[in-house]
Design a protein around this ligand. Sequence first.
Ligand code: ATP
Ligand code: MG
Length: 421
Amino acid sequence: MRQSQLFTKTRKEAPADEVAKNAQLLIRAGYIHKEMAGVYAYLPLGLRVVEKIKQIVREEMNAIAGQELIMTALQRKELWERTERWDDDVVDVWFKSTLKAGGEVGFGWSHEEPIGEMMKAHISSYKDLPVSVYQFQTKLRNEVRAKSGIMRGREFVMKDMYSFAADEATHLAYYESTKPAYMNVYRRLGIGDDTFVTFAAGGAFTKFSHEFQTICEAGEDVIYINREQNIAINEEVMNDETLASLSITREELTMVKTAEVGNIFNFGQQKASDLGLTVKNDAGEDMPVWMGSYGIGVTRVMGVLVEKFADDKGIVWPESVAPFQIHLVGLNSEDPAIRDWTDGLYQNLRAAGAEVLYDDRDLRPGEKFADSDLLGMPYRIVASRKGKEEGVFEVVTRRTGEVRKLPEEELYRLFDNDPVT
Ligand code: ATP
Ligand code: MG
């Protein structure tokens, strides 16, 4: 894409009321627009990042037989009453409204009830199981605190998946299979080494749930980790009983600040029992289905990537989610020969399948470089008069600052490499 066509502008200052680094940088770079506290719009560059994260999640969920669908944002009061979760004292993040035609509706903050109910139309026999469905949805939550930028939105994109099984063994096997699938997601996002499957508070059915916690100073959680033993415990369940059950001592654990980028939850048969989602067993009896739910905070993880990788010049995207792999910066464009040469490279790179943002604007080099650093594409290719004379392009790796002078044919290797694996 030609940058001269991109409607978004960069800015030197973030809005005064924006305190989170992730949102400050994303706003300054034109990735997002702040509508109000905790509510952000995703502009063309930001949307590309969201879509790339979604695609990675989608591939990993499809790999464990997840089937994608999309539920509704408006939800029925009666359904949530049945599981005793309509009450604001039970669920404190509800947005609710009334229909002009009469009756109340809730705005989807989660979807296990509607999905469980919907499944009753499709699951009647144990032969219909197991099944796993997922969606990407904008969740609406009336969060009290919204000071973490896109890491805690009142409106945010979540991937939520729900599994249904006829028996406990199948159910638990599926639950376990989501852990490596989730870790694949975080590894592909470039945060695998800093993300831990963490013991967290369970529910009526299980002692623990599992959170995926990524080390991040701006995160709102505190966990205790032991890297060698690959054990992580949320502070909320950090007690003698938990330590004993995991055969580890307090001294072997280190406290770290983290952001919860996902979680998985085992409902046992409770949820389906409340909803009346049952199948007949061999004896012809109605058995509640075993259910699990599995969330990933798509936009929160985008914020975590900004928080973790940004430097004092701006955003640094991992290759796997950068809106463009290459930022082509054209200098000396007042000279038609240089401009044609740079245009030619832009066409060639695109023809070879590269994703290129081409700074073809009529600005001073210093401004272009500052914007380029702020925007954070993995590779900057600078085309200049001097380079043309030498037959090379200057390539700057954003993450390391490494500078190389490469002839055109070597540029194609930059994006042939597999993204961070
Ligand atoms: P938290 O503990 O951070 O409030 P949660 O336990 O309520 O989150 P879930 O309802 O299970 O989280 O949502 C699944 C995932 O969605 C979370 O792991 C997190 O990554 C993300 N998420 C939850 N709330 C928000 C929010 N307000 N803004 C952005 N992402 C969120
Ligand atoms: Mg949580």
